[in-house]
Write a protein that binds this ligand. Structure first.
Ligand SMILES: *Cc1c(COP(=O)(O)O)cnc(C)c1O
Length: 368
């Protein structure tokens, strides 16, 4: 039996009856039902996320773009983010007419180093964009203090971290706004694409809603340059049914992570840092590191185990980002890109499957 790197099929099997009846009972004859589906989910999501408001969008990438655009920052202004990450975070900055400035990760783990962020602040800096990479909350207390001290905006990329906390506060509640994603691979997933902007600031709501609807505020009047990016109401319905399960899925992800730590103790593979202090981890991904990462990946593949290199290239290496960004020292980030390997951690994995994955990692490390 192969173990895919990621699958929703066991999860959707378990919820098959609930999800198919939710979709089958959507009332296509009621024109207003569709707005209601989206609003219903937005309210549930906001409550779960500890935010006052949520604005559904067609994707997490659009949510980030819209969140940045709504702040009306000076064109070309610099936005600081970690140089190790997923393309969409940097692409959203560029699409919002801003300039990515890429800084290093901490010496351990995969989130932005607050000291590196501070060192990169210039008179052109307009915002910080921390990404809670792989589900680990970044150091939001220090980062929000930086934003306040320098009078710059703070937008969180929570695409991989819905449900994570820093201190007493959920990620997504520290700054001006935040983006979440519900794409197929996320830990709260719909069937194709979806996203949302979270904010506590009621003054942004009208702008955010306009930006997802062609920038229109009323009947064919467009004061803003918006996207056409609304959350699909069928996806909203699926998400509303899945959201109540999210905490138990996160809890199972944590149990699997503990099993990895126990089984892989003493094995020559670097494990992700145990979240310490104030930050919690929702294990969107469980990412190990090995100097011979590509051979480890092939070894696992030969034994029917999927894995994924998240991420093999630094953000500043992708041509459309390279052309318009600035990179600071990225020593740790480069190391991550060269050695990181994400292994399966979807919540429906059995303990036996986790043990099998560990056994093959152990075999590889023992032999190499
Ligand atoms: C998935 C992801 C996005 C983009 O979300 P989509 O819904 O796929 O557009 C942005 N940032 C990060 C960190 C992501 O993992």
């Amino acid at each position: 039996m192969t173990i895919p790197f990621h699958t929703n099929s066991r999860q959707h099997h378990a919820l098959a009856h609930e999800l198919t009846s939710a979709l089958a009972t959507a009332d296509l004859t009621d024109d207003s039902a569709f707005n209601r589906e989206v609003q219903h989910f937005e309210q549930r999501l906001a409550r779960y996320a500890g935010s006052r408001f949520a604005v559904g969008t067609a994707s997490g990438t659009d949510a980030l773009t819209i969140a940045l655009t709504a702040l009306d920052l000076p064109r070309g202004g610099e936005v600081i983010l970690c140089g190790f990450g997923f393309f969409a975070s940097a692409a959203a900055i560029v699409r919002a007419g801003l300039t990515p400035v890429l800084v290093d990760t901490q010496s351990e783990g995969y989130v932005i180093d607050p000291a590196a962020a501070e060192a990169a602040i210039t008179s052109r800096t307009v915002a910080l964009l921390p990404v809670h990479m792989f589900g680990e909350a970044a150091h939001m207390r220090r980062l929000s203090q930086l934003a306040v001290d320098h009078g710059i905006a703070l937008v969180e990329d929570c695409a991989q971290a819905l449900g994570a906390y820093h201190g007493d506060h959920a990620v997504g509640t520290f700054g001006d706004s935040a983006a979440v994603s519900f794409n197929w691979s996320k830990h709260l997933s719909c069937t194709s694409n979806g996203g949302a902007v979270l904010t506590n600031d009621e003054h942004q709501i009208e702008t955010l809603q306009a930006l997802r609807a062609y920038g229109s505020t009323s009947g064919f009047w467009h004061p803003l340059f918006g996207l056409n990016s609304r959350l699909n109401p069928f996806e909203a319905r699926v998400l509303a049914h899945k959201l109540p399960h999210l905490d138990s899925w996160i809890s199972r992800r944590r149990t699997i992570a503990e099993r990895y730590w126990t089984n892989l103790a003493g094995v020559a593979v670097a494990l992700p840092p145990v979240p310490e202090g104030m930050s919690t981890h929702v294990y969107h991904k469980f990412t190990v590191a090995h100097p011979d990462r590509d051979r480890l990946r092939h070894h696992l593949k030969a034994h029917g185990i999927g894995s994924m290199v998240c991420y093999p290239h630094l953000l500043g290496d992708h041509p459309p980002i390279a052309a318009v960004s600035r990179s600071e020292d990225l020593t740790h980030a480069k190391q991550r890109a060269a050695t990181a390997l994400s292994i399966p951690i979807w919540p429906e994995l059995t303990n036996d499957e986790v043990d099998r994955i560990c056994q093959h990692i152990d075999d590889f490390c023992g032999a190499s």
